[in-house]
Design a protein around this ligand. Structure first.
Ligand code: SF4
Length: 254
């Protein structure tokens, strides 16, 4: 009986999924109870040495994770997505933090000209379709930038919203990459306390009422008592830009 090539590739992909699941389980057993600094030492210097990047928006709290990263390895690649719609204050803040922490490998990731030409020539797509706009300005460029890496570090925390309530210290993404969340169990008070203890420069918009900062057209200041991320895509059901979801979205739009 002959075995088709599709059967062989299905068996191979099932086997690699099992390997990845087993590796995730091992890592959670070994590193799952470490503090943020120790977890970063393990993944940056040992488990994924040379194969891991960090994602940073250089938003309101981003400097805390970047400080921890810089304490472990200042040459860690930091992927910064410049959508073309960021606040000028964020671009300035990125330069401030880069200099302050001595980060040596910040990689700015931009949307592809062909995607903007095809779908957002006048840069107003965000007014009509925020999912599609995030897709071409954030998700696709980020997925391309992640290409060489087997793992990445995110600054997400459980307290930020319901979708993040079950966040684990290490996850396996649908694309087969591992995602490390060193701050997964930090609450807001701890973030603020560490930010102060580390004597980090503040994003200039924080004191103007922006506890969470994305693109200019899709971020507003929040009022007293509002959820921390309520100023993001305000008035829409959208709560995430999409970089934490399946990359298969590309097949729909491009
Ligand atoms: S946050 Fe708004 S402007 Fe930025 S990429 Fe998404 S939809 Fe476009």
């Amino acid at each position: 009986m002959s075995v088709s090539s599709s059967t062989v590739s299905f068996v191979k992909s099932s086997a690699s999924q099992l390997d990845a699941d087993a590796r995730l389980s091992d890592m959670l057993n070994q590193y799952g109870r470490l503090d943020a600094h120790s977890l970063l030492e393990e993944v940056l210097l040992k488990e994924f040495k040379g194969e891991i990047a960090v994602s940073s928006s250089f938003g309101a709290e981003a400097a805390v994770l970047l400080k921890l990263i810089s304490d472990v390895d200042k040459d860690t690649p930091v992927l910064f997505i410049d959508t073309g719609h960021l606040f000028a204050e964020t671009i300035q803040y990125k330069a401030t933090i880069e200099d302050y922490l001595g980060l040596r490998n910040i990689i700015t990731v931009s949307p592809e000209a062909i995607h903007l030409e095809n779908a957002d020539r006048d840069a107003t797509l965000h007014e009509r379709d925020t999912d599609y706009c995030c897709h071409i300005r954030k998700v696709l460029p980020f997925e391309k930038a992640l290409g060489p890496y087997k793992a990445w570090v995110s600054g997400r925390k459980r307290f930020q919203n319901n979708e993040r309530a079950d966040l684990q210290p290490i996850e396996l993404d649908v694309d087969g990459r591992f995602k490390v969340n060193p701050l997964y169990n930090w609450d807001y008070d701890k973030v603020i306390a560490e930010f102060k203890a580390m004597e980090l420069p503040k994003h200039p918009l924080v004191d103007k009422g922006y506890p969470s900062i994305g693109c200019g057209p899709c971020t507003r200041a929040v009022k007293a008592g509002e959820d921390q991320r309520s100023g993001r895509w305000s008035g829409q059901e959208k709560t995430e830009c999409g970089i934490h979801k399946s990359p298969s979205f590309e097949a729909i739009y491009i």
